[in-house]
Design a protein around this ligand. Structure first.
Ligand code: ZN
Length: 142
């Protein structure tokens, strides 16, 4: 493992052990999307609060592997405060990076870049993407 991989691993374990913005809220202003990944038991719910074209809040709850649970936390921390346009761009870039498609390396992924190595493990790509796909769905409901 090189230094960068070690650093990325640290980011992922930190978010797994100390998840940010965890716990759902009972507020109809939030959009809620639930996704399951039967292949590894991941079960994630994402909520987003959008106001005036910006992501005001993201909440998550669920159970699953470290990749899945930590990525929900990273997602929330990365996207809160972004505009909907920026959040969409970051989400697309992240999902393209994971699925080995072309992606814009100029887009600042913040801690989400830590999942770059996951693309080498096709079985884990779904784990790292489901919370982001759920988030994407919450935007579509707008
Ligand atoms: Zn998983």
């Amino acid at each position: 493992m090189n230094n960068l991989e070690a650093l990325y691993r640290q980011v992922i374990m930190d978010h797994y052990k100390n998840p940010r913005n965890k716990g759902l809220v009972n507020d109809e202003k939030y959009k809620t999307v639930h996704i399951k990944n039967p292949s590894c038991g991941d079960d994630i719910t994402i909520q987003s609060l959008i106001d005036n074209g910006s992501i005001k809040d993201v909440r998550h709850e669920g159970t699953g592997c470290s990749i899945c649970c930590s990525s929900a936390s990273v997602l929330s921390e990365t996207l809160i405060g972004k505009t909907v346009v920026e959040a969409n761009q970051i989400t697309q870039t992240y999902l393209n990076m994971l699925s080995n498609k072309e992606y814009d390396e100029e887009v600042e992924l913040e801690d989400a870049i830590a999942y770059q190595g996951v693309r080498k493990f096709p079985a884990r790509v779904k784990c790292a993407s489901i919370s982001w796909k759920a988030f994407e769905e919450t935007l579509k409901e707008e």
